[in-house]
Design a protein around this ligand. Structure first.
Ligand SMILES: C[S@@+](CC[C@H](N)C(=O)[O-])C[C@H]1O[C@@H](n2cnc3c(N)ncnc32)[C@H](O)[C@@H]1O
Ligand SMILES: [Zn+2]
Length: 521
């Protein structure tokens, strides 16, 4: 062990921890947002979990009580052991910071298990647990994470209520034991930092790790989320279980999903209708989805059918280029709307205001998620559309107003600035661009050099498009909130094994959007 002078003290939330200056053990300050959000999610989840447990207990004690049993909300305590509280595994705990913060900040905890495979990490973790006075709530272990989870699955009477996987890079080798060690209605929290793989730089590695081909596209960050949700679904269904996302977030250099794991062999079968293959045009980037199956229910039964494909012609109807095939990806919802609204209500409280350094960013992100069209997977970005035809940039609000005026629904995505989700057909999206080009013409030279632009612009617009310069894409409720984090902090990026020095990119500034178009730093 290093001497005390070789440690630096870090305060985050209610925890004060020591990390060796040599930084053999991982501490990434940029992940504070990730940890804050996890604490907020767990706080809300803990309340729901607790009242479910109380209901189950009441039912067991008096079996004749019906399903509509009412439970008075109980104020759960923080920092003391709650009998029916959460049993949480932090499988890759490093310095123990996250686990200690869970103990000091999440209400209704029964026990937290903080595990790491590194001996040095566990030594430092033990010291941190002691100094934060949470020995009664946090137990450390020095094992391979898979071993801890399998041991729980096979040797314990109860399973974990929460499993948190926060690895360097890819978590998929731990998903099977994680799913098997979770109780029914338990919560799985997963971080993935291998964004290059998930965003389409190495589709073959993505297939090897996640069982899905990633594609480079403007919507690659949402596609990354959907690849991971597909992978978790795929693991779950092997065990007669399925997952339901409470929250899925793309932030900074990583993604993080919070999914509830439930058991139902019947629901497992219907998952094929929520997983789709992706066809992406090589020329104009338009993406078309083909679900693996269809599940429709009448009043009595669920009917499963196979679908015919492909959903696109050999050549793209807009630009004539062929398609790349990617996926499969999850095409069900990214969020549970009821949970989102409970979480954002919690975020508005004074308690949250005092507790989290990153509260403004969390509010902004959650607000955006609540606005997002849940039934529309993937998004366009306006710069990518205008770049495809080489025309002048178009403000996001013009694009929104054109689609709304033509009778379609629109929203942004929290994953990317200038993003547009819409139920408008692809041809209408191009009609907006065609109409824009009428007053913002593309140079003849550029047209000559781009087959894609020529093909798209040679067609007549079939939709009446009106641009409303005054349209505001940011609802009043979200104005003044931090929506997209643009300039990350020094040492921004995921850590790597055995090296805690990260890429240095720009300075730390939050971006606040009063309107949708320009974000001032
Ligand atoms: C990204 S860090 C965890 C950071 C921590 N969750 C936090 O929020 O501060 C990853 C940790 O996983 C540990 N690790 C890597 N492979 C492991 C395995 N198979 N089992 C347990 N721990 C492992 C590493 O030693 C490292 O401390
Ligand atoms: Zn095309």
């Amino acid at each position: 062990m290093e001497s005390l002078s070789e440690f630096m003290e870090i305060t985050e939330g209610k925890a004060k921890i020591r990390v060796p200056r040599s930084s053999k053990v991982f501490y990434n300050p940029v992940q504070e947002f990730n940890r804050d959000l996890s604490i907020a999610v767990l706080s809300v989840f803990s309340e729901i979990h607790h009242s479910e447990k109380l209901k189950t207990r009441k039912r067991q004690r008096s079996p004749n009580v019906n399903d509509t049993i009412e439970i008075e909300p109980v104020k759960l305590e923080i920092g003391t052991q709650t009998e029916l509280g959460l049993e949480i595994l932090e499988a890759l705990a490093a310095t123990g910071l996250r686990a200690i913060r869970y103990a000091l900040e999440v209400p209704g905890v029964k026990q937290i298990y903080a595990n790491d495979i590194s001996k040095t990490a566990v030594q430092i973790m033990n010291q941190n647990i002691e100094e934060n006075n949470v020995k009664h709530l946090v137990t450390s272990t020095l094992y391979d994470a898979a071993h801890v989870m399998r041991k729980r699955q096979f040797e314990s009477e109860t399973k974990f209520d929460v499993v948190d996987l926060d690895p360097y890079g890819c978590p998929t080798n731990l998903l099977d034991p994680a799913v098997c060690s979770l109780a029914d209605n338990g919560l799985l929290l997963v971080t993935c930092t291998d964004m290059a793989v998930l965003a389409g730089n190495t589709p073959e590695s993505c297939y090897a790790k996640y069982g899905s081909i990633s594609l480079r596209s403007p919507a690659c960050h949402e596609m990354a989320l959907r690849i991971v949700l597909h992978t978790i679904t795929n693991v779950c269904t092997r065990y007669g279980r399925y997952m339901e996302p409470l929250l899925s977030i793309s932030a900074d250099f990583y993604i993080r999903v919070f999914v509830v794991i439930r058991t139902s062999p019947f629901m497992c079968k219907s998952m094929s209708s929520k997983i789709s293959t992706v066809y992406k045009c090589r020329g104009c980037n338009m993406t078309t989805l083909l679900p693996l199956g269809s599940a429709k229910s009448d009043s009595k039964n669920m009917k499963f059918t196979l679908l015919s494909g492909p959903p696109v012609d050999k050549k793209c109807e807009h630009c004539g280029f062929p398609h790349l095939v990617g996926g499969p990806i999850w095409t069900g919802p990214l969020y549970n709307t009821e949970f989102l609204s409970r979480l954002s209500n919690y975020m508005k409280t004074e308690e949250a205001e005092k507790k989290f350094n990153t509260v403004r960013r969390m509010r902004g992100m959650l607000g955006m998620m609540q606005e997002e069209l849940q039934d529309i997977p993937l998004y366009y970005t306006v710069p990518s559309l205008t770049n495809t035809v080489h025309c002048e940039a178009m403000p996001l609000r013009y694009f929104f107003s054109a689609l709304v005026g033509a009778g379609y629904r629109v929203s942004s995505s929290h994953c990317a600035q200038n993003s547009v989700k819409t139920d408008a057909p692809q041809s209408v999206v191009w009609d907006v661009i065609r109409t824009w080009v009428q007053t913002h013409p593309v140079s003849e030279k550029r047209l000559q050099n781009s087959v894609t632009a020529r093909s798209i612009l040679s067609k007549q617009s079939m939709t009446e498009i009106i641009f409303d310069k005054k349209y505001n894409t940011v609802p009043k409720s979200l104005q003044g909130l931090v929506r997209y984090q643009q300039n990350p902090a020094p040492y921004w990026g995921p850590g790597t094994k055995g090296n805690s020095k990260q890429k240095v990119i720009l300075s730390a500034t939050e971006v606040e959007c009063e309107t949708d178009i320009k974000c001032s730093k």
